[in-house]
Design a protein around this ligand. Structure first.
Ligand code: IMP
Ligand code: MG
Length: 185
């Protein structure tokens, strides 16, 4: 059954299952023999993280960070704020894979990638379920290493993604009906 606030389903449960399996297979191959840390960016990435880690066939460590977001309509000029940091003393032998739900302007991940490299990580790469390249800030040159699906500039929810903290638990990714946010902005 489709939730009344959802205009259409963009990525179904079955497609998400296939997408996560494909990404997990590539990661298992690419990181064999390495010390891999899956770094989940809260909160939107928890569902993807859970699916991905179950499907990866090599040993992984997990950790979490939380970074402030600027909301949907704002194009950020400032620096994102770290609300929950990665508390590890030495990460020089760790290959970090940032696990993200969606890349929009690119500010969050551009900042995080630099931050983790400066902290001394051996490598930093990005896995995302969705990418909206049309929304990328022209000043940011960022391409995810693993991407489930490139999507047009539409506001989507479900599979961890929210609007106003709602819809995260939907098992699919859907386009949010504009009537939900039109009267609020
Ligand atoms: P950015 O790439 O720094 O602009 O920020 C990406 C973040 O914005 C994501 O992690 C989401 O939290 C949020 N975001 C961007 N687009 C959407 C969307 O369509 N639905 C829900 N959240 C979104
Ligand atoms: Mg996010």
């Amino acid at each position: 059954m489709i939730n009344n606030d959802i205009e259409s389903i963009l990525v179904s449960r079955e497609e998400l299952d296939k997408i996560t399996q494909d990404i997990a297979d590539r990661i298992s191959e690419d990181y064999r023999g390495k010390r891999l840390l899956l770094l989940c960016i809260l909160k939107g990435s928890v569902v993807f993280m859970g699916d991905l880690m179950k499907k990866i066939s090599i040993p992984v460590e997990i950790d979490f960070m939380k970074v402030s977001s600027y909301g949907r309509s704002t194009t950020s000029s400032g620096t994102p704020t770290i609300l929950l940091d990665l508390h590890r003393s030495d990460i020089s032998d760790i290959d970090i894979l940032i696990v993200e739900d969606i890349i929009d302007s690119g500010h969050t991940l551009s900042y995080l990638t630099t931050y983790l490299k400066n902290k001394g990580a051996k490598s930093v790469r990005i896995a995302t379920v969705l990418d909206k390249p049309d929304r990328r800030d022209p000043s940011i040159n960022l391409t995810p290493d693993y991407c489930g699906r490139v999507i047009p500039d539409e506001f989507v929810v479900g599979y961890g993604l929210d609007y106003d903290e709602k819809y995260r638990a939907l098992p699919y990714i859907g386009v949010l009906s504009p009537k939900v946010y039109q009267n609020k902005n």
